[in-house]
Design a protein. Structure first.
Length: 257
């Protein structure tokens, strides 16, 4: 870190034209060194037909080349047709709250910062309050659940599985009451398949807590991480695909958000 800081300071000195040997180098704000670039892991599911699961009944993904240099065109140009909840994506309150804010109105601060991965055993499908409280989650700002989907590689398979792990009403209520700022899961829904009432979504989104779904957590065992997840900024809609990256805080280079 000192090495990078020294190089950065030398660069600033050169750019400022400080040629006087007696002139001390400028004092740089601490914020200039708060986000080292190494150690990040991509936890985004790849969007690909035949590889990425699509929730039953949701819009299929279609990726088309309008022009293709490999076929003699002068450029390559693509068209993407997919649902807002494809692959790794974020649900904004508008998804299940009538007057909830849309994806472009989300507070970006909720999407960047410390996060804790909670590993749920493959045998567990229902993440209820009792299961939640078996883990060290209290005090974490953002909670990400790594479940049977990660163990079985379901976010890298086009087959849709109905028996994914899901968050129950009582667990959602505990998370909301604790003041978490974001909840994430490793499959394309946090709600029980075909639930008659989407209570987990209603509780979390009703408290303004965005839900990240479809994370690829196979590289991130239980523990604390830095998280950055940014959705497409689409005006007036309830969700959007996102790119998510994480870095373990055990590397000694955790960012200070």
């Amino acid at each position: 870190m000192r090495h990078h800081a020294t190089l950065f300071r030398m660069l600033v000195v050169g750019l400022c034209g400080c040629t006087n040997p007696g002139t001390p180098p400028p004092t740089l704000p601490a914020a200039a060194f708060r986000l080292p670039v190494n150690g990040w892991l991509d936890v985004t599911a790849t969007l690909a037909v035949g590889r990425t699961p699509v929730y039953e009944g949701d819009a299929p993904m279609v990726f088309t080349f309008l022009k293709d240099m490999r076929k003699g065109d002068g450029l390559t140009l693509s068209k993407y047709d997919l649902g807002a909840h494809s692959g790794t994506h974020i649900d904004a309150p508008m998804h299940f709250v009538k007057d909830g804010i849309s994806i472009d109105q989300l507070d970006i601060n909720a999407l960047i910062g410390p996060a804790r991965v909670i590993a749920i055993a493959d045998s567990v499908q229902e993440i209820n309050a009792a299961e939640l409280n078996r883990h060290d989650w209290k005090g974490a700002e953002r909670i990400l659940f790594s479940t049977r989907s990660t163990v079985r590689g379901w976010m890298d398979s086009s087959v849709f599985h109905r028996d994914f792990a899901y968050i129950t009403e009582d667990a959602a209520q505990q998370l909301a009451d604790a003041g978490v700022t974001l909840v994430g899961v490793d499959y394309i829904s946090a709600e029980k398949f075909a639930a008659p009432v989407p209570r987990a979504h209603q509780i979390l989104l009703g408290k303004g807590i965005p839900i990240v779904e479809g994370l690829d957590l196979h590289q991130t065992p239980a523990g604390d991480y830095d998280l950055i997840i940014l959705p497409l900024k689409i005006a007036g809609h309830e969700g959007a695909p996102a790119r998510a990256i994480m870095r373990s805080v055990n590397t000694g280079i955790s960012a200070k958000f």
